[in-house]
Write a protein of this length. Structure first.
Length: 158
């Protein structure tokens, strides 16, 4: 299944809409993530908060936690390497996020199994990511993780 994560351009807050294949909003994400801290809320179609994204205080490497009702579900961490490299811990399992930073084409995998793929659409007003996922159970968490990845790559590299 493909989900489209579209960042709203030219606003002061961080705001994203997650759309399905038919163009309907599945989740909305809003709040503020700045260099060393911040919080975003992920809401479903009915406007009910289902996830919270919290940015860690590390000044050198981005760390994000994704929780549901106070329970930690996932953690995205920028690893120490010359180019940005990320690892994801989702429900106690480790995943690797690898790919091409300049083309913004990433694969989320666990050992040899591909769990999802993220690609960025070019030539659009605002950033749009295509998230292709295998397991619909993790759709909201992987959408939130894509938002974190966007923030870590393009807003906090320096």
């Amino acid at each position: 299944m493909n989900l489209f994560i579209r960042k709203k351009a030219y606003i002061l807050m961080d705001r994203y809409n997650v759309l399905d294949d038919t163009g309907r909003v599945v989740y909305s994400v809003d709040g503020k993530l700045v260099r060393h801290f911040g919080k975003l809320e992920v809401r479903d179609r009915a406007g009910i908060q289902i996830l919270e994204i919290q940015k860690g205080p590390s000044p050198f490497f981005s760390t994000y936690t994704i929780s549901a009702n106070g329970t930690l579900r996932a953690q995205l961490r920028q690893n120490f390497k010359l180019l940005p490299d990320f690892s994801l811990q989702l429900d106690g399992q480790d995943y690797l996020i690898s790919g091409n930073l300049h083309a913004c084409d990433f694969v989320i995998s666990q050992k040899e199994t591909v769990a999802a793929r993220i690609r960025k659409r070019n030539l659009r007003w605002g950033d749009t990511y295509i998230l292709s996922i295998q397991n619909l159970e993790y759709a909201s968490i992987l959408s939130a993780m894509t938002v974190c990845l966007d923030n870590a790559m393009f807003h906090n590299l320096l």
